[in-house]
Write a protein that binds this ligand. Structure first.
Ligand SMILES: Cc1cn([C@H]2C[C@H](O)[C@@H](COP(=O)(O)OP(=O)(O)O[C@H]3O[C@H](CO)[C@@H](O)[C@H](O)[C@H]3O)O2)c(=O)[nH]c1=O
Length: 358
């Protein structure tokens, strides 16, 4: 398939692009390369004959026209977004611009492309990739289904909820063949070191305090990024237009339990042994855990019911918590150059050097 991926230099995007290119799809990766976009995350993929990259803002209609005309895509997979909740609290406007305005611009660019190139809607799909945070926060029991009413709390989740509504409006009003997916917390290789899991790994390795917000009792459902990429491809290939699919890892954990578990895996991988955290300096990475001020409006619990995608499309996550978290830790241990460049700020130079026109 010819697939236009937005945000393909981000964490989920780069893992998805790697999989699509390996499976022989023609991919045009459109990314604005904001702070979390990093072409180094694509490595060798950058040289594959079935892959192209363009540094483009999805809000730029002229550049998007060129991109659509060049690729003549059969599908758009829309992953470009500002994604970090804490940043959305510090500066919400960028989230409105990228996530809401950006999505509407892309929907319009897709609609214009279908009309200009006389592409029948049956020969096109627009996959809008979203989050479970649009559904709000759960108590101790229950899980989000595709019909759970939206109740976003943070500026980030409000911007994604808005984008989801726009995507569905373009389906019902203009007949654009839209499918929406809502996923739980992703983790794995190439995740920007602002999210919980890479923060824990890198703080542990640097000997700094490992920050746990509040009492660490908030619950998240962890999905290995490659399982998510598989789910997105399954939805693109076999999902029904106009539908929504929830994608969860089936791996709920309280933050503090997750952080302790990561520390015990790090003890094994780095120190070569299981050690009991005792608060003694240097014994276990868990001794570095520090409870810090809570995130304002911190959602208590997310849990996803993935029955629909499992039953209708036959998708199941392949990674359990042990294999997924261990792979992730091993990846960060082996790929210090990737994250050190981010911590030093030098990855920006690499981004500029590698960008090229469509
Ligand atoms: C960065 C950080 C986070 N936390 C807590 C806050 C959350 O309860 C949990 C996970 O935090 P984050 O890694 O920031 O992820 P979270 O806020 O759940 O949102 C993620 O998961 C969402 C899907 O649920 C995605 O849509 C978002 O783009 C993604 O950022 O860990 C800490 O306790 N300490 C930290 O240093």
């Amino acid at each position: 398939m010819r697939i236009l991926v937005t945000g393909g230099a981000g964490f989920i995007g780069s893992n998805l692009v790697r999989m699509l290119v390996a499976r022989g799809h023609q991919v045009l990766n459109i990314d604005k390369l904001t702070y979390a976009g990093n072409l180094a995350s694509l490595g060798e993929v950058g040289y594959a004959p079935n892959y192209r990259f363009a540094q483009v803002d999805i809000c730029n209609p002229d550049a998007m026209r060129v991109a659509f005309a060049n690729l003549r895509p059969e599908a758009v997979m829309h992953l470009a977004a500002e994604s970090h909740v804490d940043r959305s609290i510090e500066g919400p406007m960028e989230f409105v611009r990228s996530n809401v305005v950006g999505t509407v611009c892309l929907l319009e660019a897709s609609r214009e492309y279908l009309s200009s190139f006389k592409v029948p809607p049956s020969a096109f799909r627009f996959l809008h990739v979203s989050t479970d945070e649009v559904y709000g926060s759960l108590g101790e029991s229950g899980s989000f289904t595709e019909t759970t009413p939206y109740d976003p709390h943070s500026p980030y989740s409000a911007s994604k909820a808005s984008a989801d509504h726009f995507a569905r409006a373009w389906y019902s009003t203009f007949g654009l063949p839209v499918i929406v997916t809502n996923c739980s917390n992703n983790y794995g290789p190439y995740q920007f070191p602002e999210k919980l899991i890479p923060v824990v790994i890198l703080k542990a390795l640097s000997g700094e305090p490992i920050p746990v917000y509040g009492e660490g009792k908030n619950v998240r459902d962890w999905l290995y990024v490659e399982d998510h990429a598989e789910a997105l491809l399954a939805v693109l290939e076999r999902g029904k237009v106009g539908e929504t699919y929830n994608i969860g890892g089936g791996n709920e954990m309280r933050n503090i339990d997750l952080v302790r578990f990561l520390c015990s895996l790090l003890d094994e991988e780095v120190k070569g042994e299981k050690v009991k955290a005792e608060g003694k300096e240097g014994r276990s990475f868990a001794d570095q855990i520090m409870f810090v001020k809570d995130r304002p409006g911190h959602d208590i619990r997310y849990a996803i019911d993935s029955a629909k995608i499992r039953n209708q499309l036959g998708w199941n996550p392949k990674h359990d918590s042990e294999s997924g978290f261990r792979n992730t830790i091993q990846w960060y241990l082996k790929n210090k150059a990737w994250w050190q460049a981010i911590l030093d700020g030098t990855y920006r130079l690499e981004r500029l050097g590698l960008s090229e026109a469509v």
